[in-house]
Design a protein around this ligand. Structure first.
Ligand SMILES: *Cc1c(COP(=O)(O)O)cnc(C)c1O
Length: 222
């Protein structure tokens, strides 16, 4: 696979599903990928990337941002409260909001710096103990807190289905929740299942290995 193949498959799948291809944003997940692969994808003109750690993202993207001011960076990994301020300053989209404490930090920082990234709430649709995300039951309360108590806008929802289950019911559930709360963005689908996700309403797919190849267990980024 390659960037071009993935873009083409997204286009075909969208058309099959009666959707408009440009309604689906491709986030190229560059976490744990060597710099040369990331630079090759930049050279092909892609500008939307996802990282799952704040520090790794800062290291890789701070300098590249000067060269490519039109970059759009998504945080897709769990966010610690003590890294929230840095994340708000640096990312364009934070997809992993899952608790009130984070919303408090996001709100305080965005007031201070005068801008706020797009915010998605991560939902733990599989109720997995080790996984980040708010439960389906607690989602309405968290949205209410964000909007009515913190004055923040929530743009969408994100989910990572359990690895050993059919993702389709999880995708369908997330889409239903987004519709119910009138949220535009649905972030579902990774390398193995982004076509299914598009059928089920994804507006954002997060694709890593199908674009870049297998991740390295340790890479030095810079
Ligand atoms: C790593 C990661 C991806 C990309 O996974 P691939 O299988 O390589 O496409 C997508 N979403 C999240 C949240 C991830 O952590």
């Amino acid at each position: 696979m390659s960037l071009e193949d993935v873009i083409e498959r997204i286009r075909c799948k969208a058309i099959d599903a009666g959707r408009i291809p440009s309604d689906i944003e491709l986030v190229a997940v560059s976490k744990m990928q060597p710099d040369d692969r990331v630079d090759a994808v930049l050279k092909q003109g892609h500008r939307v990337f996802g990282e799952n750690r704040v520090q790794e993202a800062l290291k890789r993207w701070r300098s590249r941002r000067d060269t490519f001011p039109d970059l759009r960076l998504h945080l897709i990994g769990p966010l610690q409260t003590n890294k929230a301020a840095e994340a708000v300053e640096f990312f364009d989209v934070i997809q992993s909001i899952d608790r009130r404490k984070l919303l408090d930090k996001v709100s305080a920082t965005s007031v201070k710096i005068g801008r706020c990234p797009d915010l998605f709430i991560q939902v733990n649709t599989g109720n997995e103990e080790q996984k980040a995300g708010v439960s389906v039951e607690e989602l309405p309360d968290l949205i209410d807190y964000a909007v009515n108590e913190k004055g923040l806008k929530i743009s969408g929802l994100m989910a990572i289905p359990p690895v050993d289950e059919d993702p389709a019911p999880h995708f369908a559930l997330l889409k239903k929740l987004a519709d119910r709360h009138d949220l535009r963005h649905v972030s579902i689908g990774m390398s193995g299942d982004y076509e299914t996700a598009i059928e089920l309403g994804a507006t954002c797919v997060r694709v890593g290995s199908a674009i870049f190849g297998e991740r390295q267990s340790s890479v030095s980024v810079g």
